[in-house]
Design a protein around this ligand. Structure first.
Ligand SMILES: [Zn+2]
Length: 375
């Protein structure tokens, strides 16, 4: 049996800044193969991924996560060296402690305990681990899912170990995420002297009423699980720097975080119609960052909610807030997906840490979920 604290420390001590894995996956493979897991490396470009599966029967339960971490930032600003796991005041410090090496360690220990208690469990258990979650997410989970889809290997239930909790481990579970769509808009005018505006066309003046309308548009009302779709302008740049020149162009960048009440195509259509209505001359480039997904109800949500209640006494909150995650690549296959991991207060920060007791609690919750679904 592996100790969850020891394993978390061993993972933190491997400096796996995106897209490096630094031997983390081999360590997991070494612990899982004696239990009957088969390891398959699915590397694409500079990204290492691994699919580790035990059993060939349905239903298939999958733990998903990433071994890569974000850079430490200036190491001298840390209280303890970022890549040397250090215990202090009941906390474990180090880059990746909460996002998400602690979760991965808890998954492995939970799996060991579950299989020891249930050697003849039903279904299959798998691990989908990538070294590219914090980076450009091109060669990571999305490519592994493509590979699984090609051979019709279907995940039924997936727990993503992203740090979902806010104050106490288990207080929040993510059962969906909003979609994300970015627009880069160039409004075209005609440059000229401010004293001769009839010889120029001011793109800032032209777009102002359209921006006001975009900012005030009610895109949808959200639903039981999602807040209303939000539109935010993130960048706006125009002007030559001189006070007497009307600029020839204006650049605007904006982003939608959208609910399941609209689609990316509907948003694109509505923005385009609005810009056309204002008779603007423009170019627009869209970047689609992910569909919204939702696991509303079902075996996985029920097992997760009940396991958290069992192990912590907490009535967990189901939430779709926050940024995107790799769940967006897994859910479209039809899998039920929830994200459950440690408290996220220090992720990506200087002095990232995880509560040592929370690692044990998380291990128990993961094991309890396996017990409910596969025993
Ligand atoms: Zn993460």
């Amino acid at each position: 049996m592996t100790d969850v604290l020891t394993l978390t420390k061993a993972l933190i001590n491997k400096k796996s800044v995106t897209p490096e894995d630094a031997g983390c996956m081999d360590l997991l493979a070494d612990l899982l193969t004696p239990l009957g897991f088969v390891v398959e490396h699915l590397d694409f470009g500079d990204t290492k991924n691994v699919w580790i599966r035990k059993g060939s029967q349905a239903p298939l339960f999958c733990f998903a996560g990433h071994t890569d971490v974000v850079p430490s930032g200036p190491a001298e600003k840390w209280q303890t060296p970022p890549f040397e796991a250090t215990e202090k005041d009941g906390m474990l410090f180090g880059r990746g402690a909460a996002d998400m090496k602690g979760s991965i360690a808890a998954m492995v220990v939970a799996t060991q305990r579950f299989i020891q208690a249930n050697p003849d469990h039903k279904g299959s258990i798998a691990y989908l681990i990538t070294s590219d979650e914090e980076g450009p997410f091109i060669n990571g989970t999305t490519k592994v899912i493509d590979t699984l889809e090609e051979r019709n290997e279907k995940i039924d239930w997936c727990i993503v170990g992203e740090p979902s909790s806010t104050a106490k481990v288990g207080d929040v579970v993510k059962n969906g995420r909003r979609g994300s769509l970015t627009g880069d808009l160039i409004i075209k005018g005609i440059q000229g002297h401010v004293a001769y505006p009839h010889l120029a066309r001011n793109p800032i003046h032209q777009v102002a009423p359209a921006l006001a309308e975009l900012a005030n548009t009610h895109w949808d009302s959200g639903n039981e699980f999602f807040p209303p779709t939000s539109f935010q302008i993130s960048n706006i740049n125009g002007g030559t720097g001189a006070g007497n020149v009307i600029p020839g162009e204006l650049h605007i960048c904006f982003n939608f975080r959208f609910s399941t009440e609209v689609t990316d195509q509907e948003l694109i259509k509505r923005v385009t119609e609005l810009l056309d209505k204002h008779q603007l001359e423009y170019d627009i480039k869209w970047t689609f960052n992910g569909q919204p997904f939702l696991t509303a109800a079902g075996d996985l949500v029920a097992a997760t909610v009940d396991a958290i209640k069992d192990c912590t006494g907490i009535d967990t909150e189901l939430s779709t807030a926050g940024g995107t995650s790799d769940g967006r690549f897994i859910a479209p296959t039809g899998a039920q997906v929830v994200e459950l991991g440690p408290v996220n207060a220090t992720i990506h920060k200087i002095d990232e840490c995880v509560n040592i007791n929370d690692l044990s609690t998380l291990t128990s919750v993961y094991q309890n979920i396996l017990q409910r679904l596969l025993a």
